[in-house]
Structures are given as C-alpha cells and as structure tokens.
Write a protein that binds this ligand. Structure first.
Ligand code: FAD
Length: 412
C-alpha cells in the first residue's frame, strides 16, 4: 500500500486531501492500495479568514464531517519534525510521539503571525491569527467593562494596517460599543497604527481613499508612520516616547510561513515559502509537494501567488490531484489563475472590492459587503452534508470564476 500524507488541514491541506481522494475515486483505486492521511493540530478546519469577526460561531468545521465520508484518515497531532531523506514525519499525538512514513507528501502547514522582539508584545498583545487567539481577544473584550476604570479602558490600539489590521479595526467600534453599553462615561476609541506613510497603501490608490472614507465614518483614528517600541498591559509606547493608553492592543503586522519549511533542503523566499512548480511539486524535490501560504510560484506566469485562501484553495485542489498522478506516473496539471481580486471588509460601513494586480475598485459599500459575506460564509466552505459525491466533486482541479458582485439597478 502506498501512502499520501497531507500536512495541515487549512484551506490548502483540506482541499489537497479531498483532491487526492477525488483523483483516487475517479480511478477506482481503494484505500487498500493508496491511503490518504491528513495530520492536523486540531480536529477542525478553521475558516481563519473570519477570525476578525465578532461572532465566531460556525468558523470551524469538524474535519471528520468532511474527511470521514471520503475515506481520508485524520491524525490529530502536532507535527514537530520531518525528514525528506527518510520520507518521514514526526508528530506528537495524544498517545505520545509517533512517526509516519510517506510515498508522497503535501506540505500545507500555512503561515503564522510574525512577532518581532518588541518588549511586552508576546505577553500583552492580542491577535486574530488563530481561532484560539481570536477567542482570547473576544473574552478580553467581554471583560473590559468589569476592569477598574482607567484612561485606556475603552481604547483598542490595532498595530499593522494591512488587510487583517484594517478588518479588525473596522469591526472594533461596534464591538466596543456593545461591551461598554452600560458604561456611557467610557468613550470607546479605536486607533489603527502603522509604520507605513499611508494607511491602507498596500491596497492601491483607489481603495486607499475608500478605506479612509470608511474609517472616518466609523470614527477609527489612524496613525501612519509610527513605530511601536514597547507594549504593556496598559497600552503602547512609540519610539519617540509618545504613550498610547489602551487596555487592548491587537498585533496584526506580518506573516511568515511555517518554520518547518526550514526542514526542506531547498531555498525559501523571504517569507519562508518553498518554491514550487505550477504542478505544486517543490522545486528540486521528487516526492514532496507544497500548497497554500507555505508555497510560492508565479500563479499567472508573472505574479507570485499571495498568502491567501483565494490562492490556497485552488493550490490545494491541484496539489491533491497531481500527487496521485505523480504516484501513478500520469501527467500532472499546471495551475494557472489569470485573475486576482481583493475584497476587504470595512465593518458596518461595507467593503471594497478590487480587481486585478493593480487593484481597480469595482464595487464598494453595501454592494461589496454582500460579496464579502458570500465568500466568508459560503464560497470558501467545504460541503458539510457528509455526502461523499458532493464533497469529492467540490475538489475538481479547475479554477473557479472570480466572486461576482452586482451593482444596484439604476433608478429609472
Ligand atoms: C484575520 C485574517 C483574515 C484574512 N482574510 C483573508 C481574506 O480576506 N482573503 C484571503 O484570501 N485570505 C485571507 N487571510 C489569509 C488566509 O487565512 C490564509 O492565506 C490561509 O489560511 C492560508 O491557508 P493554508 O492552508 O496555507 O494555511 P492555514 O489556513 O493556516 O492552515 C494551516 C493548518 O496547518 C495546521 N498546522 C500548522 N502547523 C502545524 C503543526 N506543526 N502541526 C500540526 N498542524 C499544524 C493548522 O492548525 C492549520 O489547520 C486572512 C487571514 C487572517 C488571519
């Protein structure tokens, strides 16, 4: 029996596993000949992109509901080591350390928040990188009103105005108002800070002004070109010595690929990502594939794929299909996606939808928000019906169309 091991069950890993199961099913190959095993730290598929939302119910899907009906084995364990030369994975499961040999591997351990050595950051800053971290932030906010009164009690300082930081900040006025509703004397305040000269500059000129309009409407204060020197339980100190009192500091600055990418005897990019071919096989290796945030290649032949579920899901579907083809000596498919979009949530104000690598704004406000909600609550979810055929069909190695949006009909 041959074994395909998929590491991680996020957007790339879950879809790799389903893609591999689909390719085996299509060829009539049973689990007695080729086994697909997924190793993940938790028994959940976490819809990580929703961690900035106030309501976190439904952001985790039980992996057993998706993998069980398609005959994929799930191992819940922390992967602590891997050896390409021995083709083995070492993990710590509930029963202790265990090793798993593979014939082919798909590496999908994703990315994690970068935490630079700023004094107090690890101890005092919150984040939304994982479900657990988002729940910790949620519990902290819920307890704010019970804290002794202080100048920063109702202030949230969000550091890092990339896409995640903007989404977190845009939700915060509403979340703060809700938890401080019985304390009218406390003035909720949200500050979004970044070292860049302009807030939202990553999103391009057109979207930047939409973001500014939304943040102003939501009363989110912005601080560009600032550097945080230290964080403590009561707030942050900037490099120039300025103090910002805030009982809640949320760190949203920077992502890096899983540190286990260092175990591969190949070069990595500056985010720690492994270079892969359009087949998703790791450049320079023969039995190892990678997909999602831990991998990069020119997704349209010119632009590097982006750490995103937008790219992670199709990378997973193609990696899963190709890993089976590779084992069987069949030709593999090349992934090429000729479109790129960004749909940024701007809280109760709405959202902004851009198309293309130059990020042209095509929809904004409530229109873009409808698209964002469809993406976050439907498009990126695996089927939860437990229907084997429906689950397998969803992993076909094809490229979806961009998410649609509809402008309201013009008044007659
Ligand atoms: C708040 C937020 C908002 C975002 N918004 C968007 C958005 O709007 N659009 C978009 O496209 N992208 C967005 N992203 C990025 C997106 O979430 C990631 O690009 C995506 O999750 C990457 O998928 P992945 O499968 O590579 O990694 P992940 O989804 O991170 O999955 C990795 C999996 O591996 C597991 N794992 C990791 N290490 C180990 C280990 N050592 N042992 C065992 N298991 C392990 C994890 O538990 C996880 O299940 C957002 C991210 C965040 C945090």
């Amino acid at each position: 029996m041959q074994r395909i091991v998929v590491l991680g069950a996020g957007f790339a890993g879950l879809w790799s596993a389903i893609g591999a199961a689909r390719a085996l099913d299509e060829r009539g190959i049973g689990a007695d000949q080729m086994e697909v095993v997924v190793v993940n730290a938790t028994p959940w598929h976490s819809v990580r992109v929703r961690n900035y939302e106030a309501d976190l119910s439904g952001v985790r899907v039980p992996l057993a509901d998706v993998l069980g009906p398609i005959g994929v084995r799930l191992v819940v364990a922390d992967i602590v080591d891997l050896s390409v030369s021995d083709r083995t994975i070492t993990c710590i499961a509930a029963g202790g350390p265990t090793q798993l040999a593979y014939d082919r591997m798909v590496f999908c351990l994703g990315s994690r928040l970068v935490r630079p050595p700023i004094p107090g950051l690890r101890e005092h800053a919150f984040d939304v990188d994982t479900y657990e971290a988002a729940m910790r932030l949620r519990a902290h906010l819920a307890g704010l009103a019970r804290e002794p009164r202080s100048s920063g009690q109702a202030t949230v300082l969000v550091i890092g105005a990339g896409l995640t930081g903007i989404e977190v900040a845009a939700e915060m006025p509403g979340r703060l108002a809700a938890v401080m509703a019985d304390h009218p004397q406390a003035r909720p305040r949200v500050i979004l800070a970044d070292r860049a000269q302009r807030i939202g500059s990553d999103m391009g000129e057109g979207a930047c002004s939409v973001i500014a309009e939304a943040l102003t409407a939501l009363h989110v204060e912005t601080r560009a070109a600032v550097e945080v020197a230290a964080i403590d339980a009561g707030g942050a100190t900037l490099t120039g010595g300025e103090r910002i009192d805030a009982s809640t500091v949320v760190w949203c600055a920077g992502m890096a690929a899983s540190p286990l990418t260092a175990n591969f005897p190949v070069a990595r990019d500056r985010s720690g990502r492994l270079a892969v071919k359009p087949s998703l096989k790791i450049e320079g290796l023969s039995a190892e594939f990678a997909a999602g945030d831990a991998a990069w290649f020119a997704i349209d032949g010119a632009h590097s794929c982006v750490m995103s579920c937008q790219h992670g899901r199709p990378m997973g579907r193609f990696a899963g299909h190709n890993v089976v083809c590779d084992l069987l000596g069949e030709p593999m498919l090349a992934l090429n996606i000729d479109w790129y979009t960004t749909i940024l949530d701007l809280g109760p104000w709405g959202a902004v939808y851009t198309e293309g690598w130059d990020r042209r704004v095509v929809a904004r406000g409530a229109v873009a928000k409808r698209t964002k909600e469809t993406i976050n609550r439907q498009r990126i979810y695996p089927p939860t019906s437990r229907d084997r055929q429906e689950i397998l069909a969803a992993a076909a190695p094809i490229v979806q169309k961009p998410p649609s949006y509809a402008q309201p009909a013009a008044a007659p």
